[in-house]
Ligand binder design. Structure first.
Ligand SMILES: [Zn+2]
Ligand SMILES: [Zn+2]
Length: 348
């Protein structure tokens, strides 16, 4: 059997013919298997959805109860037979509930990793390496210039700035699902124990993380707090709000942005960011290439970002490789390309 007989890239996403399902479909399908809750991977309107409990809950929070015809929760390490295929979920280390999906039949195993990172994150289960024949990898940061570095060192920069400027507020732009909660957890890990403030758009998801036992310390809404009382504080907000009227309620704000793209100075300038924080929920170039090699796969399928360099790297390292060219996956690390915050006109 060829891998393409098991999983086939189609305009609606990767399709498993023998199993009768699509993975992270970009348009409504009968049966969807979903890697994680980001809106470009987890869309409303499918017939049946199979995903982790956290991903199903996050979809419900975003889209309401009727987001799918029916749902089924699956745990990490659990396998389910779908038609002629066996499907197993493994942690992807990307955001709470994120999973890689291993699809098997007749001794052939393809792993669709969704989005992933191979570094520690206090808010989700660590990435699990799954040996396979074909590894489907994202390529959001699929260029050698992208090395994310140590997130704790970025948080130390933030806390140094907070200590230096007690009369100013610090506004940290961060994607609402995953990044914001990870930044809060990293700030706590660094020993900061004062309340951390939130933009209202992040409240539901952040409270959900807390309800799943993720310790984020004391979290309060910035809404309704007097301007003077926000001096010396840290507030997390969707990146687009940094430039909006909303930010004027803060005393002389220091604008920060937590994203892998902050490695690129032009991006930081474009966002008018005073303090860029290079913190990403995606693997960097080293992480992507090390992971592809470690899976032992003889074939890599590359999607979702800068496919060419990673395809080239794979081929020069003895793998067969191809770009998948599926349209419809966004870039939540950019912060502007999101459905849940305003400013769609600035999507890049
Ligand atoms: Zn994602
Ligand atoms: Zn993605």
């Amino acid at each position: 059997m060829r891998p393409e007989d098991l999983l086939l890239p189609t305009p609606a996403g990767v399709c498993c013919k023998p199993g009768g399902f699509h993975i992270d479909p970009t348009r409504p399908v009968d049966k969807a298997v979903i890697t994680h809750g980001h809106s470009d991977h987890a869309r409303a309107g499918h017939g049946a959805v199979l995903a982790t409990q956290e991903t199903l809950d996050l979809m419900r929070l975003r889209y309401g109860e009727a987001f799918a015809g029916s749902t089924q929760a699956i745990k990490y390490g659990e396998s389910i037979a779908l038609g002629g295929a066996k499907v197993t979920f493994h942690p992807a280390g990307h955001v709470l509930g994120s999973a890689q999906i291993a699809v098997e039949t007749n001794g052939l195993r393809v792993v669709a990793s969704g989005d992933y990172k191979d570094v520690a994150d206090p808010t989700c289960a660590p990435f699990a390496l799954v040996p396979c024949d074909v590894f489907i990898t994202e390529a959001t940061f699929g260029l050698p210039v992208f090395r994310h570095g140590d997130p704790d060192a970025e948080i130390a920069k933030l806390l140094r700035s907070v200590a230096l400027f007690p009369e100013r507020a610090h506004l940290v732009g961060a994607y609402s699902l995953g990044k914001a909660q990870r930044v809060i957890a990293l700030i706590r890990k660094a020993g900061y124990d004062k309340p951390i403030y939130l933009h209202g758009a992040m409240e539901k998801i952040t409270r959900y993380y807390q309800s799943r036992g993720i310790d984020l310390g004391r979290i309060e809404l910035a809404r309704g707090v007097a301007k003077a009382d926000l001096a010396g504080t840290i507030t997390l907000c969707p990146p687009s709000t940094l430039k909006e009227l909303w930010s004027r309620r803060f005393p002389d704000p220091v604008t920060c942005f937590a994203s892998g793209w902050m490695r690129v100075r032009a991006r930081a300038r474009q966002h008018l960011v005073e303090l860029p924080l290079v913190i990403s929920d995606h693997a960097d170039w080293n992480g992507l290439t090390a992971t592809i090699a470690a899976t032992g796969a003889s074939e890599a399928w590359v999607t979702h970002g800068q496919e060419d360099a990673l395809v080239h790297w794979s081929v020069t390292h003895g793998l067969q490789a191809r770009p998948l060219d599926i349209v419809g996956y966004g870039d939540e690390d950019d912060g502007e390309v999101t459905a849940e915050v305003s400013d769609p006109g600035e999507a890049t």
